[in-house]
Design a protein around this ligand. Structure first.
Ligand SMILES: NC(=O)C1=CN([C@@H]2O[C@H](COP(=O)(O)OP(=O)(O)OC[C@H]3O[C@@H](n4cnc5c(N)ncnc54)[C@H](O)[C@@H]3O)[C@@H](O)[C@H]2O)C=CC1
Ligand SMILES: CC(=O)C(=O)O
Length: 309
C-alpha cells in the first residue's frame, strides 16, 4: 500500500515512523511546504529500516503522491499551550484549501485520513473540498482519546489496555464523551470487573480518568509543546485496518446522517473500518447523561461547521 503524508511535522513524521515500524505500508512518501523538513524526516525514518519492516520511504512534491492509496493529512498549525483545538480552525481551513487542491490533482481517488485539528471540522472541510464519498474521507477523530481512556482504565484495573473495551465519542476535543456505561473487560461491566479485582471505580477515580483523557493534550502541550507518539500510532492502526480489510471497530470521525437528533454532522462513533474506508457506523446505546452530552457535542460541531460554510 502506498501511503502519502502531507505535513511532515511532529504528527506526520510520527505516523510515518509508526507505519514503518508496524510494517503497514510498502511505500511512505512525505510532503511538506518545507521540502527540507520532509526530506530530513524521510531520511531519519529510513535509517530505522534495518530494525523495521521493509518499506520505501521518501519525500517529494505533490507529484510524488501519484497513485497513493491513502493520504494522511497532518498539515497546518498545532495548538499553543492553553489554546483549544477549535481555535485553529481558520488557519487550518486555509491550509486545507491549498493541500486538497493539490492532492485532488495527483491522487483523486486516494482515501483521505485527516489528522489536523480541529479534526472533526477539518474532516468536514476535506469532504467538501475533495468531492469524494463520505466513506473515503474521515478523520482520526477520537482514536487517540479512546486509546487514552483504555490505557488509563487498564492502569487503574491492572489489566492490559488491549483487554479494556471502552470508547470516547463525539468531538475530538473538550466536549468529547467518555462512554462509561458500555465499558467492559472480559464479559464484565466495568463496575463488576473493578469489584472482582478489588479496584473500585469511585466518583473520584472516574473524575480523575475523565480529566486525564479530556485534558491530556493540554497537559502534554504544556510539557513538550505538542503531542505526537499516540496519534502517530493511532494513524498507523487505522491504515492497517484499511490495508488488511480488517473491518476493525475504531472510533474515527465521519459524517453521520443523524445522531441524538442532530443531522448531518461529522464526529466520532465506533465505525467498521476496512478496505474502502468507513464501511458502517455502530450507533451506541448510551446512558441518559452520555446521550445528552453527545447531543451537545454534535450540536456544537454542527454549528461550527455551519459557520464555516
Ligand atoms: N488528530 C489528533 O489526534 C491530533 C492532531 N494534531 C494536529 O495535527 C496537526 C499537526 O501538528 P504537528 O505535526 O504537531 O505540527 P507541526 O507544526 O510539527 O507540523 C505541521 C506541518 O505542516 C506543514 N504545513 C503547513 N502548511 C502546509 C501546507 N499548506 N502544505 C503542506 N504542508 C504544510 C508545516 O510546514 C509543518 O511541517 C495540528 O493541527 C495538530 O493540532 C496533533 C496531535 C493529535
Ligand atoms: C493535540 C491533540 O489533538 C491531542 O493530543 O489530543
Amino acid at each position: 500500500m502506498k501511503v502519502g503524508i502531507v505535513g511532515a511535522g511532529m504528527v506526520g513524521s510520527s505516523a510515518g515512523f509508526a507505519l514503518v515500524m508496524r510494517g503497514v505500508a510498502s511505500e511512505v512518501v512525505l510532503v511538506d511546504h518545507n521540502p527540507a523538513l520532509a526530506l530530513a524526516q524521510a531520511e531519519d525514518i529510513a535509517h530505522a529500516m534495518p530494525f523495521a519492516q521493509p518499506t520505501q520511504v521518501s519525500s517529494g512534491d505533490y507529484e510524488a503522491l501519484a497513485e497513493a492509496d491513502l493520504i494522511i493529512i497532518a498539515a497546518g498549525v498545532p495548538q499553543k499551550p492553553g489554546e483549544s483545538r477549535l481555535s485553529l480552525l481558520g488557519r487550518n481551513a486555509e491550509v486545507f484549501g491549498d493541500v486538497l487542491a493539490q492532492t485532488g490533482k495527483v491522487a483523486p481517488d486516494a482515501i483521505l485520513l485527516i489528522a489536523s485539528n480541529p479534526v472533526d471540522i477539518m474532516t468536514e472541510v476535506a469532504l467538501k473540498l475533495s468531492g469524494l464519498p463520505a466513506a473515503r474521507v474521515f478523520g482520526s477523530g477520537t482514536i487517540l482519546d479512546t486509546a487514552r481512556f483504555r490505557y488509563l482504565l487498564g492502569r487503574h484495573l491492572n489489566v492490559a489496555a488491549q483487554s479494556v473495551h471502552a470508547y470516547v465519542l463525539g468531538e475530538h476535543g473538550d466536549s468529547e464523551v467518555l462512554a462509561w456505561s458500555s465499558a467492559r473487560s472480559g464479559c464484565e461491566t466495568l463496575d463488576d470487573v473493578a469489584d472482582q479485582l478489588g479496584r473500585p471505580i469511585s466518583e473520584a477515580v472516574r473524575h480523575e480518568i475523565d480529566q486525564n483523557v479530556r485534558r491530556a493534550a493540554y497537559k502534554i502541550i504544556e510539557g513538550k509543546g505538542a503531542t505526537w507518539y499516540g496519534i502517530g500510532a493511532g494513524l498507523a492502526r487505522i491504515v492497517q485496518a484499511i490495508r488488511d480489510d480488517q473491518r476493525a471497530v475504531l472510533t474515527v470521525s465521519a459524517r453521520v446522517p443523524e445522531i441524538e437528533g442532530v443531522r448531518d454532522v461529522t464526529l466520532s462513533l465506533p465505525r467498521v473500518v476496512g478496505r474502502d474506508g468507513v464501511a458502517e457506523t455502530l450507533i451506541p446505546h448510551l446512558s441518559y447523561s452520555e446521550a445528552t452530552a453527545l447531543r451537545a457535542s454534535a450540536e456544537m460541531l454542527r454549528e461550527t461547521a455551519a459557520e464555516l460554510a
